[in-house]
Write a protein that binds this ligand. Sequence first.
Ligand code: SF4
Length: 218
Amino acid sequence: MVLRSPEEIQEIKRRLLEHYPQAKTELRYRNLYELLVAVMLSAQCTDKRVNQITPALFEKYPTIEDLAKADVEDVKELIKSCSFFNNKAKNLVAMAKMVVEKYGGKIPEDEKELVKLPGVGQKTAHVVLIEYFGKNLMAVDTHVFRVAHRLRLSDAKTPQKTEEDLVKAFKTDLAAVHQAMVLFGRYICTAKNPKCEECFLYDLCDWEGKKKLDAKSE
Ligand code: SF4
């Protein structure tokens, strides 16, 4: 697959940022603790579902110290409508314990330390750092992966390699581009039935599954 020219990349970036100027996560949170928990829960689970789960969880465990003392079984009960809730409950409590014991209750703010926390991989760390600190990082979830391939920004097989391709392509404003690609993939370039008729990148897309629009609307 021939990847995009630098000019095309700039144009895709420009339109993404123009279309989603203030894009933020749709996960609801009030502080770094709540964001980290919400992002951990969102792995293989929709943001909508996570937003249904977290109010009760944060009411019962409003701080990282509270979560560190939680009974894993109780956390399981509170998050049981989430995929992989058994593992997630264990990881949430272990993560909170480590933050309290190793970091004095303060969630680390850099990637190297964040990924040492149980259940926090590179993608979770990047999403948190992008969302909370606006760091110039990329994270590749299912939406970003799909969009990157349909738009020929990457032909990599793995999310890690795709992330590298996107970093190389876009270079700056990565946090904003990431947020925009998530929303674009979630609402326009959807996995099934992409809304090509309302796509602001239609003329730049040559994906074979793109819907053909009639001449009038093109
Ligand atoms: Fe996705 Fe359709 Fe837009 Fe192509 S034209 S990027 S397939 S929504």
